[in-house]
Ligand binder design. Structure first.
Ligand code: NIG
Ligand code: FE
Length: 432
């Protein structure tokens, strides 16, 4: 180590390394953030080459071409947002008054609004228009510390638009300093033209799977398993077909009514089961036994003003499930790009501790998108994705809520946010 001059050293940092044996953390393990005080991280060729205390680093003679003094601030892995509907056109503030008047989410959808309203705007948008809108959102995420993001399709509900959304997600990942994990969510709602025959729509979505797979347009498949949308039987059929074509499985499960989506996710060994507000205790236990990551979305329950929230304490304390957190960023149920806001809501509404929250938004979120071996912790060999916060400890991040605590962000060792601002040319892209 002594002879090698690294590219970058970040010194005097309180590092939440999240290091440990492979796999997501469960139960009380989620409390362990592997904190190293007054520590140093070294980067070489975009990857982590050294992590240790200041004393160890000095003794080992670690040097680098560039050194950044973190001034005692908290350094964490880059945040991972494992559930978003990043690629879409338009917005839905025109539905706010209805929502505030108490019209339920599924009723707005049944009346042809909600998801279907965004489907109309997305079908009408070109690939470049979709890319421009998604880019602005992705850069907002990066500014708030998200360096890996999952992005779902699901606002096309037809062949061309679904594939267009997936191509946009792929371009995002190649044009921005972010990892974009793409998910095919063709069965997100029943389009008007298939209202009388949702099974035929599932058939159509299944016919897209070979193309999605062979063109490497998605790593995962997902479905909205919900009353009035897709049944458990339809979900099983679609997800089994997706599995057969080599896609990992995700599911929007038991969000609004208890339908048995959690049990289905466990049965199919889904990589993640998301939402879970209404899931049965047996369903949650089955998910823990199956090793499925439970992705909780407290921004959605807060924004939809549901009185219930996912039972994070049961998941962590009783069944030791791996819990992750995500924004669910979408134009309807949760229009925010800020995972930091979600982290604050997880404290207040899900009663998660700051350490559990940090684990859920880094290491466990990485496993929820199949990237646990490359991102989500600060360990030698992993990608050099870091957030430096204007804070010294994780409790401060969730206690002082509603603002962006980011000081700096690095993606694969490259500085992308500096003193709370996107660096050029990213800033120019975000604020054209
Ligand atoms: O995860 N629940 C279904 N899908 C999204 C919302 C999509 C929308 O309203 O546009 C969700 O909450
Ligand atoms: Fe969602």
């Amino acid at each position: 180590m002594a002879e090698v001059e690294l590219d970058l050293l970040i010194t005097h940092a309180n590092i939440a390394t999240m290091q440990g044996p492979a796999g997501p953390r469960r139960g009380h393990e989620m409390q362990d953030i592997g904190l190293l005080e007054d520590a140093v991280v070294g980067v070489q060729a975009g990857h982590i080459a050294y992590v240790g205390s200041a004393r160890e680093a000095a003794a080992a003679g670690v040097t680098a071409r560039e050194t950044v003094d973190a001034g005692g601030r908290l350094l964490t892995p880059g945040l991972v947002d494992p559930h978003t509907h990043l690629v879409h056109a338009g917005s839905r503030e025109h539905e706010l008054a209805k929502k505030l008047a108490g019209v339920p989410y599924l009723q707005i959808l049944a009346e042809g609004g909600g998801i279907l309203s965004t489907v109309r705007s997305t079908r009408a948008a070109s690939e470049d228009e979709l890319l421009a809108q998604a880019k602005r959102s992705a850069l907002r995420m990066l500014l708030c510390g998200t360096t890996t993001v999952e992005a779902k399709s699901g606002y096309g509900l037809d062949r061309d638009t679904e594939l267009r959304q997936l191509r946009v997600a792929k371009r995002l990942g190649s044009e921005l300093p972010m990892d974009v994990v793409s998910t095919f969510l063709g069965p997100h709602a029943i389009p008007p033209e298939y209202k009388a025959d949702p099974d035929a729509f599932i058939d159509l979505m299944i016919t897209l799977l070979p193309e999605v797979k062979s063109e490497q347009l998605a790593e995962f498949a997902d479905i909205f398993c919900e009353t009035g949308v897709f049944t458990v039987e339809q979900s099983r059929r679609f997800l089994q077909a997706a599995n057969h074509h080599g896609l990992g499985l995700k599911i929007h499960a038991d969000e609004i009514e208890p339908l048995g989506g959690a049990e289905l996710a466990a049965e199919l060994h889904a990589v993640s089961a998301d939402h879970l507000l209404q899931a049965s205790k047996d369903g949650l236990r089955a998910l823990a036994d199956a090793g499925t990551v439970t992705v909780l979305l407290p921004g959605t329950s807060w924004n939809l003003r549901t009185s219930e929230h996912a039972d994070a304490r049961f998941l962590i304390d009783e069944v030791a499930a791996p819990v992750a957190l995500a924004t669910d960023y979408n134009p309807g149920s949760c229009p925010t790009e800020s995972l930091q806001l979600i982290m604050a809501l997880a404290a207040n509404q899900l009663r998660m501790t700051p350490e559990e929250i940090l684990t859920a938004a880094t290491r466990n979120a990485a496993y929820a998108v199949g990237r646990g071996d490359v991102v989500g912790s600060i360990e030698v060999g992993k990608q050099a994705d870091f957030c430096l916060f204007e804070a010294t400890n994780p409790a401060y991040l969730v206690y002082h809520f509603g603002i962006n605590h980011i000081h700096s962000v690095w993606k694969r060792g490259q500085l992308v946010v500096q003193r709370g601002q996107l660096v050029e040319p990213l800033a120019a892209e975000a604020y054209r």
